[in-house]
Write a protein that binds this ligand. Structure first.
Ligand code: FMN
Length: 739
């Protein structure tokens, strides 16, 4: 519900909000420009009597002095019957030039306030500001739910593409946007009388004035007690009218000054309502607070990006979450229920539904939240669900467990749960496991143990399909291509082979964009720009000929190096690794890049502990290579034999020498007294504990078994600090890339 409330109004008003935000950003530079042009004396340097004396010397016909919040002083005067206004230097009273509000700024202000449409436009702008406030609040609540709590809001954001950009930007900009929105809506509400009028009422004109001979304004003692920086406005009395008075407005209040005695008369402090109104205006416009104005302006610039990414998320969710040809509940003999937050699981569900329908089943497909109380003809219930937050339900399954209590199947039901998640999270597929438990406690028959799919592995999905088909007695060939990737052609330029002697053939493969040399010489400089953006740790998807699904390899290089470098261990019977190992320089492969922003060292100076085994060294070497700032980096790596599969040995020696790498510890299982990387970690546990105490981040890359062993070692060595891997993971300080 909250998601719908956030998404739909956002889409409808996105364009108008962009106009409001961009014009607001442009206006946000005005306070800084005004401040740069203003001459602002120190406190106690000039008092108002002094200023007024200087003004009168330059402008005998002075009528009013106004000091705006940025410090600009403007004199309004009449000369030879003509009215004029000049900006002045308060230190001399001399003119700095005529005061002429710019037509450009006036136009932008008008666009921002009312879309150039006078009162109806102003009303619309006010409504939009209120709606932006609502989008900020609902967006933050969604982020909290998606990430698993308020604390998680401060941690690195998970997700990819538009989702991630939207979340990261919204987190940065939401406070600024909220302040602009709330103050804008309040200003509008005041203008349209929806809030009580809070402006100051002026004090009554003094009943008695001395009426004596006026003295020079520079001699008036009440004005001599007001610092210039406190002044807002001084209105001069009518010439030759001894009964008239000076009207004085300061930051504290309003009053009058007798032009003969110099006494302050009828001074009235600003009413609280007036002060509130003044601050609402200042917090919205940033007047006199140029730094705040610029911060608000920068926040507002996020609105166009948030609008575009928000629309893309909405479109992706909508197009992924539309079930096709779903049978009605009373007719269905097979029910597929889907728990999804951003729609990916729906893609898998549709593939399953297609295959089941082709196999002759009448399949009802719906959100898990739409669980009915009974499916009278159904014999099988299949649940496909992702996990969000800190192991919680995704949006379309949030009410499933509650609804399950009222679920009363009229005939026995078999069920199977397929979980979608990401092993980099502490609670991998936890919600799917909870659903499985709940269904089992409800007395349904599990036809398969729960299967958990890491990062949308199509391979695993197809395996599960085969098992399910076997249980249903049909041939269930599932085909699903989650996001059809746009591939490019890579040409192998170099390979370095290791490990054959110890039955662990592993190669470092370096590719470049195919066909680069065919470009015309004068276009050669555009070469690197043709490469997609990628960093060490991102994934290279490779599609071997004849394969339906890509295989992913962690990149050891980044775009600035101009090559795609991966480290590949040949798996027995492995289609893709076998294909890659058969390549000779000059051969080509179809590939694409998938960002993996969750597996990167933090961009700060804290120590980094890199741990890997076998081909897992690839991205870790990439991180060391990029460590030009020489931040402390320690590598623990395990292989089989120092003479056969010590991957990157020469490079690592160079990095130790030039201090990109601070320490290297290797473990070889087939050398004398064979050891594993976990043994090396245990040996160094004291030093590692100290590094963690100083804020170190840990990145682990390699096989699941090694990663589990490393987790155990860290859980043990962190115990004296009352810490464990789960906590570090929640703080974004323990990252795994496991295959
Ligand atoms: C903010 C966020 C939190 C996540 N939390 C978890 C989690 O706790 N456990 C897990 O296994 N996967 C987690 N994931 C990964 C998703 O479950 C996974 O990407 C899934 O394929 C998304 O499917 P959907 O698009 O259908 O929601 C999280 C992803 C994001 C973006």
């Amino acid at each position: 519900m909250l998601r719908k409330l956030h998404g739909l109004p956002g889409l409808l008003v996105a364009l108008l909000l962009v106009v409001l935000a961009v014009s607001g950003s442009i206006l946000s530079v005005v306070p800084a420009l005004d401040r740069a042009r203003a001459v602002v004396p120190a406190t106690d340097e000039i008092h108002v009597a002094e200023l007024a004396g200087r003004v009168v010397a330059h402008y005998p016909g002075a009528e009013q002095i106004v000091r705006d919040l940025s410090g600009q002083v403007v004199v309004y005067f009449s000369e030879d019957g003509q009215a004029g206004a000049d900006r002045i230097d308060p230190r001399t009273g001399a003119s700095l030039g005529p005061y002429q509000p710019s037509p450009f700024w006036g136009w932008v202000k008008n666009l921002h306030r009312s879309f150039l449409l006078a009162s109806p436009g102003r009303f619309m702008a006010g409504m939009l500001a209120a709606m932006m406030g609502f989008l900020c609040v609902s967006g933050v609540l969604l982020l909290v739910r998606r990430n698993g709590g308020w604390k998680a809001l401060m941690q690195p954001m998970a997700g990819t593409g538009s989702q991630r950009i939207h979340a990261v930007l919204a987190r940065l900009a939401c406070l600024g946007l909220l302040l602009s929105a709330v103050t804008g809506a309040l200003l509008s509400a005041q203008r349209f009388g929806l809030l009580p009028e809070a402006s100051d009422s002026a004090p009554a004109f003094p009943a008695e004035v001395s009426g004596g001979q006026p003295v020079a304004v520079s001699q008036l003692k009440a004005l001599a007690q007001v610092d210039l920086n406190e002044l807002r406005e001084l209105v001069f009395p009518y010439p030759d009218d001894p009964q008239d008075v000076y009207s004085l407005t300061t930051a504290q209040g309003m009053g009058f000054v007798d032009q003969s005695s110099g006494e302050l008369l009828q001074f009235q402090p600003h009413a609280i309502g007036g002060v509130v109104q003044h601050w609402i205006l200042r917090l919205h416009t940033g007047e006199g607070l140029w730094w705040l104005a610029l911060l608000l302006g920068v926040s507002a610039l996020s609105v166009p990006v948030l609008s575009v990414t928000g629309a893309r998320i909405w479109w992706h969710r909508r197009s992924s979450a539309t079930p096709c040809d779903s049978a009605n509940i009373p007719d269905a003999d097979m029910v597929v229920l889907v728990g999804s937050e951003s729609g990916t699981t729906w893609g898998f569900a549709r593939a399953l539904q297609r295959s089941l329908s082709q196999a002759g089943f009448r399949v009802h497909c719906a959100d898990m939240n739409a669980l009915a109380t009974d499916y009278p003809k159904a014999s099988t219930l299949l649940l496909l669900t992702s996990t969000y937050g800190d192991g919680e339900a995704p949006a379309s399954a949030g009410r499933f467990l509650e609804r399950l209590q009222a679920f009363q199947p009229s005939s026995p039901l078999d069920y199977a749960v397929l979980g979608f998640g990401d092993r980099q999270f502490t609670h991998f597929c936890r919600y799917a496991l909870r659903v499985d438990e709940a269904l089992s406690s409800k007395g349904l028959n599990p036809m398969l143990p729960p299967e958990l799919i890491d990062r949308c592995s199509v391979e695993k999905f197809c395996d599960w399909g085969r098992q399910l088909g076997a249980r249903l007695g049909v041939d269930l060939a599932l085909h699903h291509d989650p996001v059809p990737p746009a591939t490019f052609e890579l040409e192998l330029v170099e390979r370095v082979d290791y490990g054959c002697a110890v039955q662990a053939p592993t190669s470092i493969l370096r590719f470049r964009m195919a066909g680069a040399e065919l470009r015309l010489p004068w276009l050669r400089s555009s070469g690197p720009r043709r490469l997609p953006a990628f960093e060490a740790g991102d994934l290279l998807g490779v599609l071997p000929p004849g394969a339906e699904a890509p295989r992913f390899y962690s990149l050891a290089s980044s775009r600035s190096e101009g090559v795609f470098e991966i480290c590949v261990r040949k798996q027995p019977g492995g289609l893709c690794s076998g294909f890659l190992h058969s390549l000779k320089p000059g051969d080509t492969v179809a590939a694409f890049v998938r960002p993996n922003p969750g597996f990167r060292p933090a961009a700060d100076t804290r120590p980094v502990i890199l741990i890997g085994a076998g081909a897992g060294i690839g991205p870790l070497t990439g991180f060391i290579r990029k460590n030009k700032a020489r931040n402390p980096m320690y590598l623990y790596w395990g292989g089989r034999s120092p003479t056969s599969d010590f991957l990157y040995q020469p490079e690592l020696g160079d990095y130790l020498e030039d201090h990109r790498l601070t320490g290297l510890s290797t473990a070889f299982s087939r050398a004398d007294g064979g050891s594993y990387v976990q043994d090396k970690l245990r040996q160094d546990q004291k030093a590692l504990r100290q590094l963690v105490e100083t804020g170190a981040q840990i990145l682990v890359c390699g096989g699941r078994e090694m990663a589990n062993g490393v987790r155990q070692v860290f859980d043990d060595l962190l115990a004296p600090l009352r810490l464990n891997v789960d906590v570090l993971q929640q703080q974004g300080r323990y990252l795994e890339d496991v295959f």
